[in-house]
Design a protein around this ligand. Structure first.
Ligand code: IMP
Length: 193
C-alpha cells in the first residue's frame, strides 16, 4: 500500500535525498510526471512563504495534494543572509561554486562563522496547508572540504562534528540535516494522521 505524493521540486538532489529518507514508504511523483514544466514562482521573501507558495501552486493548478520544501542558509555575521536568497547568492545562474566563493569572501577576517540551514516543508492536502521545519546549527569552514552532497555542503560544518556535510555519507547527513529533521516531523505527522 503506497500512497502517491507529488514532490514539488525541480531539484534532482532534493528528490534523491528525500527518496532516501522516505525509503520506499511513499511513491514520489515529480513535477515533470504531472506535466508541470514551468518555473513555479518563489516570490514571498521568506523560506516558509516560498514553501507554501510552491505547494499551493501545484494544488491550485494541477488539483493534486503535494508537498514542497524550501531551504536557506543563515549566517549570523551576515545578518542571517543569504537566507531566502541562498540559491541566487552569487547571481541568477545558481552556481554552487560561485555561491560558496562569495560566502567565503564575505566572511574573510570574521571570527564569528556561526551558521544554520533551515528547511521548511509545506504539505497541502485538500487545500489545507501544514508546515514542518528542520534546522541544523553549525559553522562555515575556512575552505571547501569533501566532494559528496550538493550546494553549500563542502563549506558547512554541522555542530558536534568536525567534518563537513560533503565529507559525510548520505545516511549520516540525513540523520542530522535540516532536510532530514523536517522530513522526520512530516513523516511522524503522516503516520499519526
Ligand atoms: P532552494 O531551496 O532550492 O531555493 O535552495 C536553496 C539553496 O540552498 C541552493 O543554493 C541549494 O544548493 C542550497 N541547499 C539546499 N539544501 C542544501 C543542502 O542540504 N546542503 C547544501 N546546500 C543546500
Amino acid at each position: 500500500m503506497h500512497m502517491k505524493m507529488v514532490f514539488a521540486t525541480g531539484n534532482p538532489n532534493k528528490v534523491r535525498e528525500i527518496s532516501q529518507i522516505l525509503d520506499g514508504r511513499f511513491d514520489l511523483v515529480g513535477l515533470k510526471d504531472i506535466g508541470c514544466t514551468e518555473e513555479i514562482p518563489e516570490t514571498t521573501g521568506t523560506i516558509q512563504g516560498n514553501a507554501i507558495q510552491k505547494a499551493m501552486y501545484v494544488y491550485e493548478n494541477y488539483g493534486m495534494d503535494c508537498f514542497s520544501e524550501d531551504t536557506g542558509l543563515e549566517v549570523f555575521a551576515l545578518d542571517m543572509e543569504p537566507g531566502v536568497d541562498t540559491a541566487l547568492y552569487a547571481g541568477p545562474q545558481k552556481d554552487p561554486e560561485a555561491n560558496m566563493a562569495k560566502l567565503l569572501r564575505n566572511l574573510e577576517g570574521k571570527t564569528d562563522r556561526k551558521a544554520r540551514f533551515r528547511t521548511v516543508i509545506a504539505f497541502v492536502k485538500g487545500g489545507e496547508v501544514k508546515t514542518f521545519e528542520g534546522i541544523v546549527e553549525g559553522k562555515i569552514a575556512l575552505g571547501k572540504r569533501g566532494t559528496k552532497g550538493f550546494g553549500y555542503d563542502p563549506i558547512f560544518l554541522p555542530e558536534g562534528k568536525d567534518i563537513s556535510f560533503a565529507q559525510m555519507d548520505k545516511d549520516e547527513k540525513n540523520k542530522i540535516s535540516h532536510r532530514g529533521r523536517a522530513m522526520n516531523k512530516f513523516l511522524s505527522y503522516l503516520k499519526g494522521g
